[in-house]
Design a protein around this ligand. Structure first.
Ligand SMILES: Cc1ncc(COP(=O)(O)O)c(C=O)c1O
Length: 367
């Protein structure tokens, strides 16, 4: 809020979004936020993503992840790519989860631009297990042509699998096995901060398992773009040359870094509040007739909620919207939706949310 006092929030800023990583953002919101920041402190300049706010963000993120250093990237897609490239080469095979962003959503950039073959494991599941990894490693050495694996990638939580997270013990066994075999490891932790709040595994504890960790700056910290790649001092030193080679050293990245720093300030505390509020809310919702709250055993912040066949979800969605509560009414075909918990849950009390769901259900149940 600015010095003139509490700003009158437009109604959408009171809305709760039970889908996505946050409320939808807009140019004007970033501009206002930057203005608020620059009214309260000096925003220091960077030079092609070196120094200034960017350096401050890199140093804070390194501390939070228990790593020696960090490098800012314009996108997570590039941060993942560079991590795999730097950790992997000259070995030209990397193991990745089949459902990961790097395998499914990056246009085969690692294969095309760095000549590293990505070997997908885990099929439709959010993660692979140790026996599957061992088999792939044996195959890479016993094939007609020896093709050693240089790096193993894990993504957690997995966006394509409703935010399900690889349990810490499984991660530990995989990363320890890789260490024994001198294979590097990288974590795509785009949403690791929210996952850590739900799994109760500290960020540094995740960070300690991997050679490098990537965190998104725009999914939860309200920056318009940006990513942080954390690793050892040796790994990060001079990495800006590779970043520049890929056209990733944007000038004026301080604008995005300042917003991320601002978003980071309260994130961990707010995430704890969101976890406890959501637990209580789900408990209250589960007592309402026609609603069944389910759980994935490896869930983070996305919860499957089943409605009885009597509930018309389109009507439910419409009424909830009119009360400033947004859900994603898409189902798995069985009247089950997913509620994503993000920081917007803190915009309304559980009493208000319970009332909204109760009243919306009254308009949506057919007899
Ligand atoms: C798990 C995961 N990794 C990586 C990325 C890539 O991030 P960016 O959009 O910043 O390139 C995304 C973004 O969609 C993601 O969900």
């Amino acid at each position: 809020m600015n010095a003139k006092g509490v700003k009158e929030l437009p109604s959408s800023e009171h809305s709760v979004f039970f889908y996505g990583d946050d409320a939808p953002s807009s140019n004007i919101q970033f501009i206002n936020q930057l203005k608020d920041i620059s009214d309260t402190r000096k925003m220091t300049e960077d030079n092609y993503s070196i120094g200034g706010e960017v350096a401050e963000l890199e140093s804070i993120m390194a501390k939070k992840l228990g790593k020696e250093a960090c490098v800012f990237f314009p996108t997570g897609t590039l941060a993942n790519h560079i991590a795999i490239r730097q950790l992997g080469l000259p070995k030209t095979r990397a193991i990745v989860p089949e459902q990961s962003h790097i395998y499914q959503d990056s246009g085969d950039s690692v294969q095309q631009l760095s000549g590293i073959n990505l070997v997908p494991l885990g099929g439709g599941d959010p993660y692979f297990d140790l026996p599957e990894l061992k088999e792939a490693l044996v195959n890479s050495m016993n094939g007609r042509v020896v093709n050693p694996v240089g790096v193993v990638v894990i993504e957690t939580p997995v966006r394509r699998c409703f935010g399900r997270s690889m349990p810490y013990e499984k991660m530990l066994s995989i990363t320890e096995y890789c260490k024994e075999r001198d294979i590097s490891t990288h974590l795509d932790g785009a949403r690791l901060f929210i996952a850590s709040a739900f799994t109760n595994v500290a960020l540094e504890k995740y960070g300690a398992l991997f050679d490098t960790v990537y965190i998104s700056m725009w999914k939860y910290f309200r920056a318009p773009y940006g990513a942080i790649l954390a690793g050892s001092k040796e790994f990060c030193e001079n990495l800006f040359h590779v970043r520049r080679m890929f056209g990733g050293s944007l000038p004026f990245s301080s604008l995005s870094a300042a917003l991320a720093l601002d978003g980071l300030k309260h994130f961990e505390k707010d995430a704890q509040l969101a976890v406890s509020q959501s637990k209580e809310l789900l408990e209250l919702l589960s007592r309402i007739p026609n609603i069944e709250v389910n759980h994935y055993e490896d869930e983070s912040n996305i919860i499957p909620v089943a409605f009885s066949d009597k509930v018309n979800l389109q009507n439910l969605d419409r009424t909830l919207r009119s009360k400033g509560v947004f859900i994603n009414p898409e189902t798995n075909g069985q009247n089950t939706i997913h509620l994503t918990i993000n920081m917007t849950i803190l915009r309304k009390s559980n009493q208000e949310l319970l009332k909204a769901f109760t009243e919306a259900l009254e308009t949506s149940v057919t007899i």
